[in-house]
Design a protein around this ligand. Structure first.
Ligand code: DGT
Ligand code: MG
Ligand code: MG
Ligand code: MG
Ligand code: MG
Length: 252
């Protein structure tokens, strides 16, 4: 059990009895990194899957992390804990970076890793689960807005417009107008684009039914086991949180 309560993280202050700690992790200079590695624009499926695999590995390593949400080059982890820890972000950031390097080949077998991926980590604390939910919803809305803009932008550029022309064309456009542009000019229905691009990625533990063994009659024996899963679900509405009440349960 790799708890943050190990001796290398010295608690310095008891601020709240119960608090959420969010570690915000963001790729450093990923503008350059994504260019250098020729990531697809605006979304590189493999690069995003690699980020998700790093997030899943981080949740597997640290059971204190209850939920994480990621889009683009960033990931945010939520914890609940009684005490603040010194430099918790350093542990996450270094772990995440190492996993990114280790797993690179798995996701990009034909691509050389040409520079060292670095991540920034910042810690923010929130006093209640309502605020955490608002915060996560805001991130998912942001993911949608960015993705919709970027999808339009790169379609315009790929169709021959300059970046300045594309920017000008999109300036001040509303959601509906962007959807219409995609549909009319590029025959793209925004809502059929991959959920990972539109909604970002959630990583959390869930009970899943698994075949644990087969009996003598070759019938499968199933059990519910807890697993770290990656999903691209809606976290703005109530449904997800009603289905997963334990994630945001506040501790005493
Ligand atoms: P920073 O965070 O201040 O060190 O600077 P950046 O360059 O990491 O900028 P940031 O974090 O605001 O924006 C993320 C950058 O990463 C942005 O330039 C686009 C790039 N990026 C992220 N995901 C993808 C992807 O899937 N495909 C491509 N082509 N680029 C991506
Ligand atoms: Mg030590
Ligand atoms: Mg930035
Ligand atoms: Mg960045
Ligand atoms: Mg970023």
């Amino acid at each position: 059990y790799e708890s943050f309560e190990m001796e290398y993280v010295k608690p310095f202050e008891i601020e709240h009895k119960s608090t959420w700690i969010v570690v915000r992790l963001d790729g450093r200079h990923f503008h350059k990194f994504s260019k250098e590695h020729e990531f697809d624009k605006p979304n590189d499926e493999r690069a995003l899957n690699l980020m998700n695999a790093c997030a899943a590995a981080t949740l597997e390593k640290f059971p204190d992390i209850v939920f994480s949400y990621g889009a683009s080059d960033e990931y945010r982890y939520s914890y609940i804990h009684l005490i603040f820890y010194v430099k918790i972000e350093y542990i996450i950031v270094s772990f995440f970076s190492f996993v990114y390097v280790m797993k690179w080949r798995e996701f990009f077998p034909e691509k050389e890793l040409r520079s060292i991926p670095c991540f920034d980590g910042r810690t923010i604390s929130y006093p209640s689960s309502e605020i955490i939910r608002d915060y996560l919803a805001w991130r998912q809305v942001d993911c949608h807005i960015n993705n919709q803009y970027n999808t339009c932008f790169w379609m315009l550029v790929k169709s021959g417009k300059t970046e300045q022309e594309a920017q000008k064309r999109l300036k001040g456009t509303q959601t509906d107008e962007k959807n219409e542009l995609l549909f009319k000019e590029f025959d793209i229905n925004y809502y059929t684009l991959p959920a990972m691009f539109r909604k970002g990625s959630c990583v959390f533990r869930d009970k899943v039914e698994e075949i644990v063994k087969y009996n003598e009659g070759a019938e499968p024996i199933k059990r519910f086991v807890e697993k770290v899963i990656i999903d691209h679900c809606d976290i703005i509405g109530d449904e997800f949180w009603k289905e997963h009440p334990s994630i945001l349960k506040e501790q005493e």
